[in-house]
Design a binder for this molecule. Structure first.
Ligand code: URA
Length: 308
């Protein structure tokens, strides 16, 4: 029967093959029997120091010579190390931003938390942006494409940016976290069902990365989208709720900061006709109007009357 280490190595190799596009591997009847035995042993707890992920390490279908790729759950990531200290080099914005981007994309802790085949996600946009949006963490589309806010929430954010009279390429968009928070299990195709907010430790690790992006961009206005961004930039104990955080100006490192609802939350109001849902959408747009004024962007009458 394979040992725990051999199973983990097999797990890694299968995920590597899968990330490279391979969908099936051949396993002999004897090999399959041994794997089944090992998986059964791990499920019933007979394997010493069995990590939780081994319990769901393999899904084997059919005793045929060509078997479906084993769908593997992720081994537990190593403990979160201390918050990294970032020393940005001298130079212009592009040089400093490229340095930081390389640092984050190649950061061993970020890499260890990203599911195989998925990507670490760094901020995008105009380095001279007047407005910088900060979200929570990448979701499925973002970890696939390596860019923040490219899924459904991103489409809504794009729509809001457009309604502000801007293009996506004129603003800067980043996240508090640079990887998609792991729920512990993945589907056979590597996708994850659901999202969870980042833990305090995850946020503490990544905060220097978004802080450094803000220090490079130096936007006129920061927009914290949702409670995680508010907590990350203003401190976890400042506001009890989004209701308490939004509607007035705050300051992050001498930059005016407006808190607004996360686009995913706004998406959940779509199609709802209750007065409460309408108010949430109107409030979000009023946040954007306030941002436009503070960033000294023109605001037309049509924009004032716009409704998300
Ligand atoms: N939600 C976020 O907070 N950030 C993204 O990049 C996508 C969805």
């Amino acid at each position: 029967m394979p040992t725990r280490d051999q199973l983990l190595a097999l797990n890694d190799e299968l995920r590597r093959l899968k990330a490279g596009g391979q969908r099936a591997v051949s396993v002999s009847e004897e090999g399959l029997a041994q794997l089944r035995e090992a998986v059964t042993a791990s499920r019933s707890g007979f394997m010493p120091d069995r990590p939780a992920e081994i319990a769901s390490a393999a899904t084997v279908s059919g005793a045929k010579p060509d078997l479906q790729m084993l769908a593997a759950a992720r081994p537990a990531a190593p403990a979160m190390p201390a918050t990294p200290e970032i020393k940005l080099p001298e130079g212009d914005k592009p040089a400093r931003w490229n340095f930081l981007r390389n640092l984050v994309l190649n950061d061993a802790t970020c890499q260890a938390r990203v599911y195989p085949g998925k990507q670490v996600v760094f901020g995008v946009g105009n380095l001279d942006a007047a407005v910088m949006f900060v979200g929570e963490a990448p979701g499925g589309d973002e970890e696939d494409q390596g860019e923040p806010f490219v899924g459904r929430a991103g489409q809504l954010l794009n729509k809001m940016i457009k309604a502000m009279g801007l293009e996506r390429g004129q603003v800067y968009i980043g996240n508090i976290l640079n990887w998609r928070p792991d729920m512990g299990t993945r589907n056979a195709d590597g996708s994850q069902t659901g999202n969870r907010p980042p833990t305090a430790q995850e946020m503490a690790y990544c905060l220097p990365f978004i802080r450094a992006q803000i220090a490079i961009i130096r936007p006129r206005v920061l927009v914290a989208l949702g409670k995680t961004a508010v907590d990350g930039l203003l401190g976890p104990d400042r506001f009890k709720s989004m209701g308490a955080a939004r509607g007035s100006w705050h300051s992050y490192a001498d930059t005016p900061l407006r808190a607004s609802y996360h686009p995913s939350y706004l998406l959940r109001q779509e199609g709802l006709t209750s007065a409460a849902a309408k108010k949430i959408k109107r409030d979000a747009w009023e946040d954007m109007l306030a941002v436009m004024e503070r960033a000294e962007l023109p605001v037309s009458e049509k924009q004032r009357n716009y409704f998300l």
